[in-house]
Write a protein of this length. Sequence first.
Length: 296
Amino acid sequence: MNWDDLKVFLEVARSETLTMASKRLNIDPSTVSRRIHKLENELGTQLFDRSVTGHQLTEHGHELLTTALDIEKKTVATLDILQGKNLEDKGSIRIGTTDAFGSYFITEQLTSFHLQHKQISIDLLPLQRLVKLTQYEADLAVTVEKPENKSLVVTKLCDYRLKMYASKEYLAQHGGMSCLSQLSNHAMIGYVDDLIFSDQLCYLDRYLEKVKPVFRSTSVIAQYKAVENGLGLAILPCFLASKSEKLLPVLENDINIIRSFWMAAPVERKRLARVEKLWQHLKLTTQQAEALLLGQ
């Protein structure tokens, strides 16, 4: 098989869309499609199920993915060793994170990292889904669930607290509340149920099992902006909401949720000096920001 065709296959498998794969490969979508069809013809089997939402791997596609990932892993690791990149304090790192934590916390920690390591560049992927570390979508990931795959190095990064917040404007218009039962009289904001990618995010049901939110979004940042603009109330991470002068926590004695962030990387990527340096930097900065993360 042509390795270039396998690289195209890997990017489509990771991104599940021709458009995203073409951007990653820096070639046009029609060429990506043509290369995939060429590979399928050479192998005599269908690798993807096509639909309006994207490309999903078939059973044979999953089999090829396992082989292609193994080839890529060994090739990249060998090149890094031969070129000495595993010891160098330079190069690029791709880090996958959750939506708000990546945009509103990790991004703020990268300035100090850059000042110490000016030859290391960072690609940050704030995703509203699980990071595909085993498919090498990123070198390092921060997740809301502990990864269980044995090929990954995993550590607990930090705990963080969530509270229910409302805007000062909303409370002035609708009044405050003193108990959970009063929440049923207020407009709620939450996640789109069937698109929640982790059970760790299903905390609204814990307090209002049958509530129908007036606004739902897969993005916690969108929920945060909706609360800021007085649309309703939402359970938000303190590291995000406590920075806003427009918001106030409500029912703090009743709604007090602790969750954890986990950090993970494929074993061979963790061995790279640049990845190890970012790993240690994030461990240190989250320890220093414990009060912010726990809303204290």
